[in-house]
Write a protein that binds this ligand. Structure first.
Ligand code: SF4
Length: 499
């Protein structure tokens, strides 16, 4: 999972335009608000119409570590794209960082969020049939190459850039790429482009800002939180399979792939990944987490009624377990206590790429408040169990500090299946719930019991949709929105291409 942003400051009269240079600062601030989506690396690419030049800065580390006043001010131009990296395909090497630039056709830069499941198959195909050699292990390079190849093939003679030709080339991508790819890009001298895969797995929205001088600007971002922070008025989410192009003059074009299947937005965004203050597809992330907590309360109440558990307090695992825990405590009329405090300077452990990094981060990031937990039976609320690493450490920490019986309540159903779309669990064998039922999990984690929300409640909390449509729930249900024919090869080869 990554964060992407694209901003263009439009001006109908390009020749008289005196640009004041604020776009790179806006992209930087947008990336700061999207930092939770990826902490491995950050990058910005801008394009300056006057000098006909791309400018780029990208490196490993947090946004605040990669950028400073000097390197930001060197990113000239009034259109720019940015990326926060969460390692999926590709290693931690600099060559795999985004955004990426291609010289043809026209000069194009792109950044994306997601994974191409048939990446390795297409990479071989490009090499063997078209003599195109990838220079990185990042699937964005494949998107760039395929788009360039398709664009050039769509015309016998390459003329000026047109939106019609651009959509023709992207339609070829929609029919060739399998997976998730919410993408933003810059076309040199033309404008900014944004598109979302036909299943709409990863989020992408846009907003518009009218400036005092009468000009206006567009911002595309993974989450609404970035638009709000920059005072862009939220317009809407991109539709699955939608392509939007905004020219430097401010002309707005949109086209939607007519064969797009049913939308399948990643449910994990609401459960864990997205910022609580964002709304996705019209559903508030915070609101969905409260609803998940209320549904979970019904399951826990049934266990209390059967005298199977008798919690004294509700304790959230900060931060993403907190909202569901508040709703659950209110519903059960149990005291809510912050029994664990978070060191805000340690990165999210699940996001860290390697297991040993994850374990160290758990040790560092949470400190128990002994007086609140000592001798108490705890209803510990977390969003999910992936590998079980974090939950096991937390339960052991609570027990070591005098907690009584611990029930672990999860606002996500058991994650049993691999995700091939950009969340970092492409091997189902790594998943704790893939091998164990709730009883076995409790034993493995050192808890007295484990209770999960079920899939119906998950749907209702996010969409309140009886048809159970609109969400990707593949990691809990096994129903993948795309072909996963290449899924296992993808997981295997991906491990080999990690740094
Ligand atoms: S498989 Fe799970 S984590 Fe991956 S996109 Fe689907 S819902 Fe999200």
């Amino acid at each position: 999972m990554c964060g992407v942003v694209a901003i263009i400051h439009c001006e109908p009269s390009i020749s008289s335009y005196q640009y004041q240079g604020e776009v790179q600062g806006e992209v930087y601030r947008a990336l700061l608000t999207l930092q939770h989506r990826g902490q491995d690396a950050a990058g910005i690419v801008s394009y300056d119409f006057n000098s006909s030049h791309f400018y780029e800065e990208k490196n490993l580390g947090l946004v605040s570590q990669v950028f400073n006043k000097e390197n930001l001010s060197a990113l000239k131009g009034r259109m720019a794209i940015g990326h926060n990296r969460y390692a999926t395909v590709g290693s931690d090497g600099r060559r795999d960082l985004q955004p990426m630039i291609s010289s043809y056709p026209f000069g194009v830069a792109m950044a994306h969020n997601g994974n191409i499941v048939n990446y390795f198959k297409l990479k071989e195909l490009l090499k063997n049939n078209h003599h195109i050699q990838m220079l990185s292990h990042n699937d964005l390079e494949l998107i760039l190459s395929l788009w360039g190849k398709a664009y050039l093939n769509s015309e016998k003679k390459i003329g000026p850039f047109t939106f019609a030709r651009c959509t023709q080339a992207l339609q070829y991508l929609f029919e060739t790429l399998v997976g998730a790819y919410s993408t933003v890009g810059i076309i040199a001298d033309q404008g900014v482009i944004a598109f979302r895969d036909p299943s709409g797995i990863k989020p992408l929205c846009f907003g518009k800002k009218l400036k005092e001088d009468g000009s206006f600007a567009y911002c595309f971002a993974s989450e609404e939180v970035a638009l709000n922070f920059l005072d862009y008025k939220f317009e809407r989410d991109l539709l699955p399979g939608e392509i939007i192009f905004v020219s430097l003059k401010g002309e707005f074009h949109s086209w939607v792939y007519p064969k797009a299947p049913v939308k399948s937005s990643c449910m994990f965004e609401w459960v864990y990944f997205a910022a609580a203050e964002s709304s996705l597809e019209g559903r508030s992330v915070y609101g969905a987490r409260l609803a998940l907590g209320e549904k979970l309360a019904i399951k826990v109440a049934a266990l209390i009624a059967l005298s199977k558990i008798s919690p004294d307090i509700v304790v959230p695992v900060p931060d993403t377990g907190r909202t569901a825990a508040i709703a659950l405590a209110e519903k059960l009329r149990l005291p809510y206590r912050e029994g664990l405090m978070k060191n805000r300077y340690v990165q999210r452990s699940f996001i860290l790429a390697e297991q040993n990094k994850r374990e160290k981060a758990v040790e560092l990031k949470l400190t128990p408040i002994k007086k609140e937990i000592e001798g108490k039976n705890i209803l510990l609320v977390d969003d999910s169990i992936v590998r079980g690493t974090t939950s096991k450490k937390i339960i052991s920490l609570l027990k070591k500090n005098g907690a009584g019986r611990i029930t672990l309540a999860l606002s996500c159903p058991p994650i049993k299946n691999a995700c091939y779309y950009g969340i970092d669990f492409p091997n189902s064998s790594d998943l704790a719930a893939n091998k164990m039922n709730a009883l076995e999990l409790a034993e493995f984690l050192g808890a007295d019991s484990v209770v999960f929300i079920d899939q119906d409640d998950l749907y209702q909390s996010i969409y309140n949709n009886k048809n159970k449509s609109g969400l990707c729930t593949a990691c809990v249900s096994g129903n993948y929105p795309t072909s996963i024919e290449c899924g296992e090869d993808f997981a295997l080869l991906r491990e080999n291409h990690r740094g």
